[in-house]
Design a protein around this ligand. Structure first.
Ligand code: C2E
Ligand code: MG
Ligand code: MG
Ligand code: MG
Length: 299
């Protein structure tokens, strides 16, 4: 790969050649450094899960959460997944990391359920590489059996790119996962290339409207139209629909008006660590006791 890039750099001219190789060396060094650090991060317990609430705005209650990984690096501090998930996928390290995420998320949810919130559901991101690896379904089955978690409380977020990479394989995988009883969601819906014809064949339960459409709802009529269309599509196909990246009351109002009641975004709460999420659950509980749905109006 470096050879090809170097060749390209050379084509751009002799002066650029020096520049590109230096930059590339630096980049390669950075990658190797991160890859090495990623390898030991699991053993050193440097990964943590943060949890972001998912709200049903009709009742104003938290009905679930999405688990989002962070890397607490001793020198770099809190590293966002966008900076290491890609490399973890390329190197295959996403397999042990993903297994850790699934297990940690399930155990954490069980703890919260036992604390009196039996209906809570957790959404976990699963990368294409994990799903393509042999034994993924088996891993999930074993995890459910071992923990005793009700399968319907586990939602796996799949990406459109996985679904479209090999449609027949994806359909087979989804069928096996559905037989375990877990929920399946398509993450970032609308940004990939899943065709409506395929959507009919996918045994998916939830569409997650991508945050890029939600973000510009108020200013971009095209985005507003896309969001309204996805909500209508979900209703017609009898799928659940959740909007992500909800940041403003205007967005809440628009989404509600168009029939989307499940939302996730900074307006309701940022992803936080387990201890802080527990406080959110307590506040949610207290509000419900008082009979209010204040969470729906934002935190
Ligand atoms: P995603 O699954 O689409 O997750 C939503 C992302 O949007 C999260 O970023 C979340 O913090 C952010 N977000 C939530 N609400 C808002 C909002 O109101 N405004 C804005 N601007 N952003 C919001 P995060 O945590 O940095 O994760 C980024 C991506 O990394 C995720 O996108 C997902 O694709 C991937 N990822 C995260 N955790 C995992 C994991 O455990 N496994 C895998 N395979 N991928 C993961
Ligand atoms: Mg997600
Ligand atoms: Mg998403
Ligand atoms: Mg995303």
């Amino acid at each position: 790969r470096a050879d090809i890039a170097m060749h390209r750099a050379k084509e751009l001219g002799r002066n650029n050649y020096q520049f590109f190789t230096a930059a590339m060396n630096e980049q390669l060094g950075e990658r190797l450094r991160i890859e090495g650090a990623l390898r030991s991060a699991l053993e050193r317990r440097e990964f943590v899960l943060h949890y972001q609430p998912q709200i049903d705005v009709l009742g104003g209650r938290i009905f679930g959460m999405e688990a989002l990984i962070r890397w607490q690096h001793p020198e770099l501090g809190m590293v966002a997944p966008s900076r290491f998930i890609g490399l973890a996928e390329e190197t295959g390290l996403i397999l042990p990391i993903g297994a850790w995420v699934l297990r940690t998320a399930c155990l954490q949810l069980l703890e919260w359920q036992r604390g009196g919130r039996a209906g809570l559901r957790i959404a976990v991101n699963v990368s294409a590489r994990q799903l393509a690896a042999p034994g993924f379904v088996q891993t999930v089955a074993e995890l459910l059996a071992e923990t005793g978690l009700a399968p319907r409380c586990l939602e796996l977020e799949l990406t459109e790119s996985f679904l479209m990479q090999d449609v027949e394989h994806a359909i087979g995988m989804m069928h096996q996962l559905k037989q375990l009883g877990v929920q399946l969601a398509i993450d970032d819906f609308g940004t990939g290339y899943s065709s409506l014809a395929h959507l009919k064949r996918f045994e998916v339960d939830v569409l997650k409207i991508d945050q890029t459409f939600v973000r510009d709802l108020a200013v971009d009529p095209d985005d507003a139209a896309i969001v309204a269309t996805i909500i209508a599509l979900a209703a017609n196909l009898k799928l659940e629909v959740i909007s992500e990246g909800v940041e403003t009351q205007d967005q809440v109002d628009f989404l509600r008006r168009h029939g989307c009641r499940q939302m996730q975004g900074y307006h309701f709460g940022r992803p936080v660590d387990a201890a802080a999420f527990e406080q959110l659950l307590l506040a949610d509980e207290a509000r419900a006791q008082r009979g209010g749905g204040a969470a729906a109006d934002g935190a």
